[in-house]
Design a protein around this ligand. Structure first.
Ligand code: ATR
Length: 489
């Protein structure tokens, strides 16, 4: 797999610094003349002298680049088409190995010069609105003309990402091609380009990313270990919407590496569970984590589920078994583990749970099953009442939260209030901590929420959501590892 750094920094000197800094992570460089201060021969020559063997020269038009479209003076800086081709042609002898020109551009002089200099042609198509018509035929025509097809498509949903996989599959016989899924729905292909049969993945650095979904080459290596991945790497992942902010890839990929497993864990943004299951079958995903908003909906697609999933109605882990997909819930035990490790579950009598949403369900069921008397308080009282009824708990109104006869030994904050970027929010400002209760906030960004800080100031012992995140991920990893061993053992 070729990792190509697209040089996008606003200043040319900075582009050269980026190249030097990231040199060890990359196998190719793209010089975007449209992003150069001065598209000069000496700059391209400098890049070529510091770059790996493969240097791609391109000169994007605004219609082919979302980055250019975002720049304030994009249209004003558009140069006449004849000039664009002339500059590209003139710079072909600087040492570049490839030149990228767009589909439909007639450039006989450029093609002639490239042939003389042995510079390969990449023929590119960019589509920001899903898959263009006649894509298969177009790619075949490019390849049969001896050029390298590059298709960069922005899937607008899971179904279009799946469709792009089918297109790539139908083009399997064309070995030299570049297929990119831009944006969050195509992100998995940036990390695992072989899934799209792509010889290359583009990366960029800094605040000016070349295209939607671009990832920094260091992250590509440090988090996903791409240089050791190949088409026999087993696939795991996480589904959610949104999902690219998730920290789970950092944890699971680190553990895969530590255990010497040839596996990678990818984020899949999913807005259509059925399209994802089809994709999972198609590319052979072994197991995946499930996050908001799919924890309930995923259940009806599974062949079997654990006792916790049946009881709570929430599933965060799915693995492939011989008979079909099996769902478990590691949030349940993951939530309890930090409490157990601190010895807090001994003599735990009464708890207050703030929230009555999906996350609260797991917390309430886990505590009730551990024999704790649970009170639920929620902005919408009716939801607190319903959850309490279902789980065998109590509920209290917002204004009665401090007037129950017992005192809470544990307070669990399970809403999203206080999560970044709304870090000033407090889900229950009227609650006065006594100072001897344990306070557990399941939020992990920030690590110490405002609510938790307030509890600390009152002298409470506290646990942040990081503990739960790691515990549920460790339990999940065990399930993934069993699945991996079953297949390879
Ligand atoms: P999750 O799966 O993360 O738990 P959810 O099922 O949407 O997400 O539940 C969100 C929880 O946070 C609910 O308890 C919600 O209260 P309501 O039931 O009244 O909606 C709570 N919540 C979200 N925003 C809130 C806010 N601004 N103030 C108080 N509670 C809030």
């Amino acid at each position: 797999m070729i990792r190509c750094l697209s040089l996008t920094a606003p200043k040319d000197a900075r582009k050269l610094r980026d190249l030097q800094e990231y040199r060890k992570y990359i196998d190719a460089v793209e010089v975007r003349l449209d992003l150069c201060e001065f598209p000069e021969r000496s700059f391209v020559q400098s890049v070529c002298s510091h770059a790996p063997e493969m240097v791609i020269l391109s000169y994007r038009r605004p219609e082919d680049s979302s980055l250019l479209q975002k720049l304030p003076d994009a249209e004003a800086s558009r140069i006449p088409e004849a000039k664009r081709l002339e500059v590209l042609t003139e710079l072909l002898d600087t040492g570049v190995s490839h030149v990228d020109i767009e589909v439909g551009i007639d450039a006989p002089d450029l093609l002639r010069r490239a042939k003389q200099l042995n510079v390969k042609i990449i023929r590119s198509l960019h589509s920001f609105e899903g898959l263009p018509e006649q894509l298969l035929q177009l790619v075949r025509e490019i390849a049969s003309a001896g050029e390298i097809p590059k298709i960069a498509v922005y899937p607008r949903n899971s179904a279009e990402a799946l469709q792009l996989l089918y297109v790539a599959d139908a083009l399997k016989d064309i070995k030299e091609k570049i297929v990119i899924g831009m944006g969050p729905y195509g992100f998995f292909g940036r990390v695992a380009p072989w899934l799209f049969g792509s010889m290359l993945t583009f990366t960029s650095v800094g605040e000016q990313l070349a295209a939607p979904g671009h990832i920094d080459p260091a992250q590509l290596e440090d988090v996903y270990h791409v240089s050791s991945n190949n088409d026999s790497t087993l696939l795991f992942g996480i589904i959610g919407n949104p999902v690219l902010h998730s920290r789970s890839p950092q944890l699971h990929n680190r553990w895969f590496r530590e255990q010497g497993m040839n596996a990678v864990y990818l984020p899949f943004q999913v807005d259509d569970i059925d399209a994802f299951f089809e994709l999972a079958e198609k590319v052979g995903i072994r197991g995946f984590s499930v996050t908001v908003p799919h924890k309930q909906e995923v259940i009806s697609r599974l062949h079997s589920v654990s006792e916790e999933v049946r009881r709570i109605g929430s599933c965060n882990t799915v693995v492939r078994t011989e008979r079909g997909w099996h769902g478990s819930n590691t949030d349940f035990e993951g939530f309890l583990r930090p409490l157990q490790e601190r010895g807090e579950m001994r003599n735990m009598s009464t708890a207050l749970v703030i929230g009555a949403g999906g996350a609260a369900r797991t917390v309430v069921f886990a505590l009730v099953q551990s024999g704790v008397k649970v009170y639920i308080v929620n902005r919408t009282a009716e939801k607190a009442r319903l959850l309490a009824q279902e789980a065998g708990a109590q509920w209290v109104g917002l204004d009665a939260v401090s007037s129950i006869p017992e005192s809470y030994k544990l307070v669990v904050q399970s809403t999203s209030v206080g999560m970044s970027p709304d870090t000033d929010a407090d889900p229950l400002p009227q609650y006065r901590f006594r100072g001897d209760e344990m306070v557990y906030d399941i939020i992990y960004t920030p690590e110490r929420s405002r609510f938790l800080q307030r509890a600390e100031r009152a002298g409470c012992r506290t646990i942040s959501g990081k503990g739960m995140l790691e515990a549920q991920a460790e339990l999940q990893f065990e399930l993934f590892r069993n699945s991996y061993n079953l297949l390879l053992g």
